[in-house]
Design a protein around this ligand. Structure first.
Ligand SMILES: Cc1cc2nc3c(=O)[nH]c(=O)nc-3n(C[C@H](O)[C@H](O)[C@H](O)COP(=O)(O)OP(=O)(O)OC[C@H]3O[C@@H](n4cnc5c(N)ncnc54)[C@H](O)[C@@H]3O)c2cc1C
Length: 380
């Protein structure tokens, strides 16, 4: 299925990527596209797959060894999520479990890290959720209505959040609320306080397990706070560069899955007594999509080099997320053209990948960021 890829010249990164691919191969074969089609249709959490990745140690990719992690870094994470998606899977839960705990690694107290990180690294504790978005403020996370009020040594939280991924499947959740001093993060252990968090699932076009949340006068000790009071958004944003690279990697994986399938189909499906792949109407959209995916891929490693050098990865990470998600979207369109009516049939997995691709294409705020940080254009 991937023989066309052997025509692409090897890049330096490919050896690290090959290691992850080799290690991951058996698991990805076991959980093929049909497994994901079933999860999607039944709208279930992919528990067996998730636990398998956990047993392989990957959830500790960003966790220091002192807390039971691998500390393997962003390259491994990027290859991992790409490969899961390239094999027809959905890496969203794995991506979340690997990356969300970085906020705790970077800003948590020693006590919090010791209590939770080893369990997160092993997968025994699910840490899949950041609850930031609100019904009124939407993308503007600086304007929160959810509040955290001090009361003695405790905090009293009132919150309303929407579109929160995996809320019903996680044990740990980072919640962003507004204290008098500004935005502040709290680590909610739903084993302890879950009974006071009301959740309602939101049905989306893609199987993303999002919910709305309501919290009414929840009292938590100050020891649940992550990072300084008033700096919650700043702490969260420190994780955004890597999260954008991982989102881009997922999009690249989805695009490559669709390219692999489409190229195979174009080489085997005959109509009008010829292979459909001889038609330029089939070739050109695939060529355009392929070229854009390759370009996004190169920029992804460039961003990771920038991060490794300790330079500012913000504008570049925004660019790669925009490029990769647009390339994946264009690839879905090319795949639909290639498969014709069968592209809409779930058994070919094109329609599922098309739906999964929708979650990446909201890029306006990233383009604002690029306009500001890379182009120096005026802003409001
Ligand atoms: C699948 C999925 C999973 C999600 N998971 C989570 C999660 O786990 N945790 C969480 O906190 N949130 C989550 N979200 C919410 C996501 O972060 C929000 O959808 C996003 O912040 C935008 O908020 P909104 O949808 O209310 O759009 P709005 O803020 O209402 O914006 C509507 C549109 O206007 C555009 N827009 C708004 N302001 C500007 C501007 N100044 N310039 C240009 N364009 C602008 C936006 O880009 C958007 O396209 C998830 C969303 C989805 C779809």
């Amino acid at each position: 299925m991937q023989s066309w890829g052997s025509m692409v010249p090897k890049r330096p990164l490919d050896s690290a990527a090959d290691e992850v691919r080799a290690a991951l191969g058996p698991a990805l074969q076991r959980f093929g596209p049909d497994y994901w089609r079933e999860q999607d249709a039944a709208k279930t959490f992919p528990t067996e797959f998730f636990d398998t990745i956990g047993q392989a140690g990957y959830f500790g990719t960003f966790i220091p060894e002192a807390y039971g992690g691998l500390d393997a870094g962003a390259r491994v994470a990027a290859v991992l999520v790409e490969e899961i998606n390239r094999a027809g899977g959905d890496a969203a839960s794995v991506n979340a479990q690997m990356a969300i705990c970085r906020t705790l690694v970077l800003h948590g107290t020693e006590e919090q890290k010791k209590q939770y990180l080893p369990g997160v690294a092993s997968g025994d504790i699910r840490f899949l959720t950041v609850a930031a978005t609100e019904p009124d403020s939407g993308a503007n996370m600086a304007e929160l209505a959810s509040t955290a009020r001090r009361d003695g040594d405790d905090w009293v939280i009132n919150a309303s959040k929407v579109l929160i991924s995996f809320a019903e499947h996680t044990r740990l959740m980072i919640l962003l609320a507004r204290a008098d001093e500004g935005t502040t993060l709290f680590l909610l252990d739903l084993d302890q306080v879950g009974g006071q968090v009301e959740m309602h699932p939101i049905d989306l076009v893609a199987h993303r397990m999002t919910s709305s949340l309501f919290i009414d006068d929840l009292r938590v000790p100050d020891s649940t706070r992550i990072g300084p009071v008033g700096e919650g958004l700043a702490c969260l944003m420190k994780g955004f560069v890597i999260r954008r690279v991982l989102a881009a990697s997922e999009a690249i994986g989805n695009a490559r899955f669709l390219l692999d399938r489409s190229i195979e189909y174009a080489k085997t499906r005959k109509t009008f007594d010829q292979l459909i792949g001889v038609n330029q109407g089939i070739q050109y959209p695939l060529v355009q999509a392929y070229s854009k995916v390759e370009a996004a891929d190169l920029m992804r490693w460039d961003v990771l080099d920038i991060v490794d050098r300790g330079e500012d990865g913000v504008p570049r990470s925004a660019m790669v997320k925009v490029l990769a998600s647009e390339a994946a979207w264009e690839t879905s369109r090319a795949a639909l053209t290639t498969f014709g009516g069968w592209g809409l049939a779930s058994e070919y997995h094109v329609e599922r990948k098309l739906r999964e691709g929708t979650v990446y294409v909201f890029n306006n705020l990233l383009m604002n960021l690029i306009a500001d940080r890379a182009l120096g254009l005026p802003k409001k």
